[in-house]
Each structure stands twice: as structure tokens, then as C-alpha cells.
Ligand binder design. Structure first.
Ligand SMILES: [Zn+2]
Length: 486
């Protein structure tokens, strides 16, 4: 975890007459002064009648918080900005949308070294890195059980916060998770195709990303689980090289970069058929049972619904018409258009109907998990995924969670308090309390009544520094002019 260093010499900041939102229970406490000094919340007092004589305001920059709601800054708990060759613009855009921290989902020995040296490629106006793994476990570095065990040990020794599993097979998955548990390092990632989700949960995977992805969890919620498992087992195995050749890692990186734009584009007719069967036999009772298993094991879900929506509905006009595309380089939007064209060309209307139905099932599943008390986090999966603009895409995730029926307070918690609990940093993050990091967002509307209010960012405070609405607009302008729209 990177604790924000107190900005030396920066003046204290007093937010006057603000409504503080308690992310524990949604309680609103109006009429408060919040004094920020040394990068932390120093004092919270009742606003007095005379602003000029309030002790908090004596030597502080004063911001009028009347009519504003103060919450902790958003944490994007599944993001890849540091996998971008030029991460600055994406990070600035994230900050401009209220994101003060993110869980980087793919690391490397170089990134781990840079973090220890304090040289991560973060621009001055940036969210912080709240968790950083080593390199993805793939068939290249973890193709066999001994290789996977060695990779887990190596990453733990290099100071990785967690192990990210991407594409390994079930025979390697369980020993890798077991080794990580022995070392006390959490594992997060994708379940391998054909795996039993409840068995993976019992084995101790800490977080499952993207509701599987693919056929894993949805098949586990079927009344026809056994025949689905057989059909999945009969699919041709993932063909990735297991032998190490020179430059293979670089080639794999390039291949993966193409695949991640929209992994659904690789679906075969047989896979679409199995997906339809899973949709047809989806059982709310089975999903609720699985939810109970996740609760029992303390297994977290990071649905990244916006990632699933942009994959399964890739050619939907809502994406190509997204005004936030103005922040992306033309070459990037062209690549995304290309992925949408491939999607349209490759999948006939019945397949696209299957994908749409699958997405609706994933929304229902999310609601069932939420109702069942499964711990969940909000994540976007920007950068590198089609139609995912860093910053705005986390707001789309809030919308998708609301669409699924997750209550507004729960959505707020998923991106603040619950994320801090997941990270083990609840003593410094996740609520607006004295002593906590001054990573905060001021909203123009109450987010507990309506999750759409999370979009109404009036100001951001990052490490004690205040970004007014004008500052945030300036940041967005800077990113936009670095990538002039065509
Ligand atoms: Zn990801």
C-alpha cells in the first residue's frame, strides 16, 4: 500500500458546513466543519454561526461545503492503468472523476521494484496504488505445478500484495492457491474454465473477478451443472505455449493485449451453445446457495459488470456514441470500433441474443449475491478493455450495479468502506473520520438516496490537496487536448 506522503508546507484545508456521509450505515451528518492538515482529517466539528471566527478556519484555505456531501474518494478495485505505456492521462482522468486509489490488476518485477524505490510512473495529479500484484500467472510462468509454486514464492518474496491468476488450468490452480495460503498472500483473479466455483471458493481464493469470468460461475448456478461441466470439459483446451522460448513473454504480452480488448470475440459456436444452455437452466436457488458458500469462505466478488456489458453487448451504439471517448486517443477508439465490427461480423443475431441474455443473468446473479451478503467490490477493468475510459468507466459500473438492483448505499460501500476492509486498511481509509487519509470527494447530491448522485462530483481532495470543479475541468481538458478528437 502506498501511504500518501504529507505535502510539505501545504496549508490546511477547512471544509465548512458540509454534510458528512457515514459509509457504515448511510447516516447523514449535516452542518460540520472538516479540517484537513498534513494529508489527514485532523478535526471534525459542528459548524458555528460565524465562519470567520471558527478556529478551524484560522490559517486554513476555506471551502464552502454548503449543500455538499462528503464521502471517501472512490477506489477502483479492478484497474490496469499501469499496464499502459503512457499511464499519465488515464490516471489524471481517474482522479478527475473522483477516484483517489486503485487496485492495479497486473504487475511485474519492474513495477514492484519501482514501488519500493518510490518511482512508480504516477503523474503529480493521480490516484494512489492501493494494491499491486506480481506478473499474471499464465501457462508461461506457471504452466506446471512446480513452476506455479515457484512463481508464487518469488512474487511473495518481491513484495507483491497479492497473486493475480489469469489463465492457468485447474490442475495448477489449486496448488498455486494452496502455496499462496501457506505464505499468507491473497490470490485474486479468473477461475480457470471448467473449474467448480464452490471448490475454488473453499480452496481459499480471496477474490473472484468478472463473475468468473465466462462459463465458470454461471455454470455453477445451473440446475444442469453436471451436463454443463461435461460439455465444458469436452471443449478444446486452451492452446497457449507451455515451453519457454526466447521473446515468448513479449509475444504473449502482445497476444494478451489483443485478446483483452474483448475476450468474448474468441467465443466458438460450441461455447455460445453452452452459454445458452447455462442461461436456460440458471437457477436463483443455486445462485443463492453459491452465495452462501462465498459468505462462508469469505470469498469476495468483483463483478466488473461494465466490463461484462462492454464484452457481451460490444456493438451496442451506446458505446460508440459515448461522449467520454473524447478523452481517448484516436488509435484506441479505432481499435475498439474494430473489436465491435469483429463482434458483429462473427456472431449471428442468435448468438448476440445469447450474449444479451447471459448479461441479464449476470445482473440477476449480482443482485442475488448482494442480497445474500457476499462481499463485493466495484471495479471497472480499464485500461486496455474495449469501450472502457479510465475514470468514467467506474461510474458506468455504479450504474450497472444499480441496474442489477444493488442498493445505493451498498454501491457506495463497495467503492469505499468495503474496499478498505478488503485491503486491510480500514484504519486509514473507507470512512470520513478523524485520522483517516484526506482522500475525499464532495458530491452535489446525496449518494445514499440515489447511486446516480455518485456522478455529481463537485470537488476532489487527494492527499489533502483540494481540486475544485474548475481544477477538475482543467485536468479533463488537459487529457482531452493530449488526444484531440478527430
Ligand atoms: Zn482485469
Amino acid at each position: 500500500m502506498t501511504a500518501p506522503a504529507a505535502a510539505p508546507g501545504s496549508r490546511p484545508l477547512a471544509l465548512r458546513n458540509v454534510t458528512v456521509v457515514d459509509t457504515r450505515d448511510g447516516r447523514l451528518a449535516p452542518g460540520l466543519d472538516v479540517l484537513i492538515a498534513g494529508g489527514v482529517i485532523a478535526e471534525i466539528t459542528t459548524t458555528g454561526p460565524d465562519a470567520a471566527t471558527a478556529p478551524a478556519a484560522a490559517d486554513a484555505d476555506v471551502v464552502d461545503g454548503s449543500g455538499k456531501y462528503l464521502i471517501p474518494g472512490f477506489l477502483d478495485m479492478h484497474a490496469h492503468p499501469l499496464n499502459d505505456k503512457h499511464p499519465a492521462g488515464g490516471l489524471e482522468l481517474m482522479l478527475a472523476h473522483g477516484i483517489t486509489g486503485f487496485r492495479q490488476m497486473a504487475g511485474s518485477p519492474g513495477l514492484l521494484r519501482a514501488r519500493s524505490a518510490g518511482t512508480l510512473p504516477l503523474p503529480p495529479d493521480s490516484p494512489g496504488v492501493v494494491a499491486l500484484p506480481g506478473a499474471l500467472l499464465t501457462p508461461l510462468n506457471a504452466g506446471t505445478i512446480p513452476d506455479a509454486v515457484a512463481a508464487v514464492r518469488d512474487q511473495a518474496a518481491r513484495g507483491a500484495d497479492f497473486i493475480k491468476i489469469a489463465l492457468i488450468t485447474p490442475d495448477v490452480f489449486f496448488p498455486a492457491v494452496a502455496e499462496a495460503r501457506k505464505l499468507g498472500i491473497p490470490v485474486a483473479g479468473h477461475l480457470p474454465a471448467g473449474i467448480d466455483a464452490s471448490r475454488a471458493s473453499r480452496a481459499g481464493i480471496r477474490a473472484i473477478e468478472h463473475l468468473g469470468p465466462g462459463l465458470t460461475i454461471i455454470a455453477g448456478c445451473s440446475t444442469d451443472e453436471v451436463s454443463l461441466a461435461e460439455a465444458i470439459a469436452a471443449l478444446p483446451a486452451l492452446r497457449l505455449p507451455r515451453v519457454k522460448l526466447p521473446f515468448m513473454d513479449r509475444i504473449l504480452t502482445r497476444v494478451l493485449r489483443r485478446v483483452v480488448i474483448n475476450p468474448v470475440n474468441r467465443s466458438t459456436p460450441a461455447e455460445v451453445e453452452i452459454l445458452q444452455q447455462a442461461v436456460d437452466t440458471f437457477s436463483e436457488e443455486r445462485a443463492a446457495e453459491l452465495a452462501g458458500q462465498f459468505v462462508e469462505d469469505g470469498t469476495w466478488q468483483v463483478p466488473t459488470l461494465i466490463r461484462l456489458r462492454t464484452q457481451y453487448l460490444c456493438d451496442s451504439p451506446e458505446f460508440s456514441a459515448d461522449p467520454d471517448l473524447q478523452y481517448m486517443a484516436e488509435s484506441t477508439t479505432k481499435t475498439w470500433q474494430g473489436a465491435a465490427s469483429t463482434f458483429t461480423r462473427k456472431f449471428p443475431p442468435p448468438s448476440r441474443a445469447t450474449f444479451r441474455a447471459a448479461y441479464d443473468v449476470l445482473l440477476r446473479m449480482t443482485k442475488i449475491f448482494s442480497d445474500g451478503g457476499v462481499k463485493m467490490l466495484a471495479g471497472s477493468d480499464a485500461v486496455g478493455a474495449a469501450w472502457e475510459v479510465p475514470g468514467p468507466s467506474l461510474h458506468r459500473e455504479f450504474d450497472e450495479l444499480a441496474r442489477a438492483g444493488v442498493p445505493a448505499l451498498r454501491i457506495l460501500q463497495m467503492t469505499t468502506r468495503d474496499a478498505a476492509e478488503f485491503l486491510g486498511t480500514a484504519s486509514t481509509m473507507g470512512t470520513v473520520d478523524v485520522g483517516k487519509h484526506a482522500d475525499l470527494v464532495l458530491l452535489n447530491a446525496d449518494p445514499v438516496g440515489d447511486a446516480a448522485s455518485l456522478h455529481q462530483v463537485a470537488a476532489v481532495i487527494r492527499n489533502g490537496r483540494h481540486y475544485s470543479a474548475a481544477d477538475l475541468a482543467g485536468l479533463k481538458d488537459r487529457v482531452r487536448s493530449a488526444h484531440p478528437a478527430s
